[in-house]
Design a protein around this ligand. Structure first.
Ligand code: RB5
Length: 146
């Protein structure tokens, strides 16, 4: 699985740790920056990661900003993206099981790096349950056509 990762200045430490962790686990990772601590606009980075998903280059994305919320707002504007802002393990797992989320958004000012890495593991290791949830996810995606 190839995973696209990005952050703004609120999530650099977490993003770097996530990239290193995923590579250590053997995943192919596309690091969309930022690479050093300077102020950027989170929608610009969210778009880079979402484009990687929509184009098919990467299967899943991980975005980190201060809260995870700005990144998720921006990402969910992109057709084909189901982004979930999560700050604990249960949501990181169930957004895969029930929502088939393809982007995980984390808050660098909300959770520690250790928690973030555990949530990333749950997100990349958990498969969509399908079944009754598939119909619900389809209904969500149909909203994009309105
Ligand atoms: C940047 O200061 C901060 O607003 C951003 O990282 C994010 O938390 C927005 O939702």
């Amino acid at each position: 699985m190839k995973i696209s990762v990005g952050c703004d200045h609120g999530g650099l430490e977490h993003k770097d740790a996530i990239v290193a962790h995923l590579k250590e686990r053997g995943f192919e990772v596309k690091d969309n920056g930022i690479y050093e601590n300077h102020s950027v606009d989170y929608p610009d980075i969210a778009l880079l990661v979402c484009d990687d998903i929509v184009s098919g280059e990467c299967e899943r994305g991980i975005l980190v900003c201060g809260t995870g919320i700005g990144m998720s707002l921006a990402a969910n504007k992109v057709k084909g993206i189901r982004a979930a802002a999560c700050s604990e393990h249960f949501s990181a797992k169930y957004t895969r099981l029930h929502n088939d989320s393809n982007v995980l958004c984390l808050g660098g000012r909300v959770i520690g790096v250790g928690t973030a890495l555990e949530m990333v593991d749950l997100f990349v290791d958990t498969e969509f349950e399908g079944g009754r949830h598939a119909n619900r996810v389809n209904k969500v995606m149909v909203i994009e056509e309105r």
